[in-house]
Ligand binder design. Structure first.
Ligand code: GLN
Length: 482
């Protein structure tokens, strides 16, 4: 078995037994990157030298029997909207093409503290707006399962890097599904924890009240390990919370015990999801998943959840409002792309922003600015806020009687790279992932077994601060279908 095929927790066991060194592992990964990147395009920046240097430090610590962090020696890919000190952070935008960030995000501080090896910055949709990475200034990331397909988005580079064995764990962000959707497209596990659980300090904001950091792993255990390293309060993010207690000891070593986690779970499925016209392969896999949960003792009930029919429109009104104000900081005055020729400051702002942003970002800024304007805010923005409250209340009601909501992660299979899609068609694919961001709930995508080389993701959305509940259920499910 190649070292890059090992999952993160097995790498750690290998280091502990001195089966191989961290430097050997990192060099294998860099070799993979060299061989595959031309085709896959998962990274915007590969940090080869830094990675080897960190690997040597980890090896030294092992040799000296020093205390090591929980990610010791694990090569990690980090989405390019997350600051890593003295490394370029482009958000896959021309606007930040040459921007080297002078400080660490909380995420990268924690990755370093836990002795992981940051191996590179991964490609994404420009400023995380999209579902394919096709809005990236640096081109699309291809799906390692089938390179004629997209890897998903916006954290498509993170999923592609992990799927192509160009890293062993990957960090993403998730505003409306950007970790779970690419995880589903690439046959991986993706977790979006409860809103506020991973501090956002040092992460380029798309929509403040929706954004969360996401964790990718080859399986539930790996994705959970990364989440453990990253979660926990930090005072530099006022919305971060110490409340997600990942304190239960989850036993990953025993399949039978894992399957026990499904027993007596109360799971809701919205009627609308059953009635929908899903892709037939997605529908088949969803039905199989329902059978697995039932067989292992979970109780499944179909419920009415009327408000979810409004999630896509509500999401776009609210996020575009937040996006328009967040993107205002890119004025070309302090940092970022500046146009070459201009006579007035106004012309400089206009030209720099026109040149620096791609179409999808511009579209969202324009819609956001429009709906926030004085005479329209009442009709759109404030109304959407009220709908968000209704959606939240409906979920709270469901969570009084049920532990979690079950659905496919995405209603369709991965898109073809050359498929032409209108923005609205692309937005429709976020139907199942948006509610967790709208309500702040934790959610996880777990792959069904592959068929014809592709896999369909199944999603569990749980109660806020009860992240472990869905993680245990996902583990039980993963072990039931393996
Ligand atoms: N696909 C969604 C969008 O385009 C989600 C993006 C995200 O989660 N960053 O808005």
């Amino acid at each position: 078995m190649k070292l890059t095929e090992l999952k993160a927790t097995d790498l750690i066991k290998g280091y502990e037994n001195r089966d191989f060194s961290c430097e050997e592992v990192v060099r294998e990964y860099l070799k993979n990157i060299d061989e595959k990147e031309k085709e896959i395009n998962a990274y915007v920046t590969v940090m080869a030298e830094d990675a080897i240097e960190s690997a040597k430090k980890v090896d030294e610590k092992y040799q000296n029997r020093e205390e090591l962090g929980i990610l010791a020696g694990i090569p990690v890919g980090v989405k390019d909207n997350i600051a890593v000190k003295n490394v370029k952070m482009t958000c896959s935008s021309k606007m930040l093409e040459n921007f080297v960030v002078p400080y660490d995000s909380v995420v990268s501080e924690r990755l370093k503290k836990e002795d992981s090896v940051i191996i590179g910055k991964t490609n994404m949709d420009e400023f995380a707006m999209g579902a394919t990475t096709k809005t990236s200034y640096f081109g699309v990331s291809k799906n390692p399962l089938d390179t004629s397909l997209v890897a998903g988005g916006s954290s498509g580079g993170s999923a592609a890097a992990l799927g192509a064995e160009e890293c062993a764990l990957a960090v993403g962000t998730d505003t409306g599904g950007s970790t779970r959707q690419p995880a589903s497209f690439c046959g991986l596990v993706g977790i979006k924890p409860t809103y506020g659980s991973v501090p956002r300090y040092g992460i380029s904001t798309m929509a403040n009240t929706f954004d969360q950091v996401g964790s990718f792993g080859k399986d539930v255990e790996d994705a959970y390990l990364l989440l453990k390293a990253l979660s926990g309060k930090d005072k530099r993010d006022a919305t971060s919370t110490g409340n997600i207690s990942l304190t239960d000891n989850i036993d990953f070593s025993n399949d039978e015990k894992a399957v026990e986690y499904l027993k007596d779970l109360k799971i809701a499925i919205p009627q609308m999801y059953i009635d929908m016209n899903l892709n037939s392969r997605v529908k088949d896999d969803f039905n199989k998943a329902i059978d697995v949960f039932k067989e292992k003792g979970a109780q499944i009930e179909i419920v009415e959840m009327d408000s979810i029919k409004n999630v896509i429109e509500t999401y776009h009104i609210l996020t575009n409002g937040e996006i328009a104000s967040n993107m205002a900081r890119f004025d070309s005055l302090r940092y970022g792309h500046r146009t070459k020729e201009y006579d007035t400051y106004e012309e400089m702002f206009k030209k720099s922003r026109s040149e620096g942003f791609g179409d999808e970002v511009k579209r969202r800024i324009m819609i956001g600015t429009h709906i926030l304007s004085l005479d329209l805010a009442e009709d759109y923005y404030y109304k959407a806020l009220k709908v968000r409250t209704l959606i939240k209340e409906e979920y709270e009601k469901i969570f009084k009687d049920f532990n979690m909501v079950l659905c496919p992660t995405v209603p369709v299979l991965p898109f073809k790279i050359d498929e032409e899609m209108s923005p609205v068609e692309m937005y429709q694919a976020d139907l199942f992932t948006i509610p967790a961001n709208m309500t702040g709930s934790p959610a996880i995508s777990i792959p069904m077994p592959k068929l014809d080389g592709l896999s369909v993701g199944i999603e569990l959305t749980g109660r806020r601060f009860k992240d472990q509940e869905i993680i245990k259920a996902a583990l039980g499910f993963e072990r039931s279908v393996k």
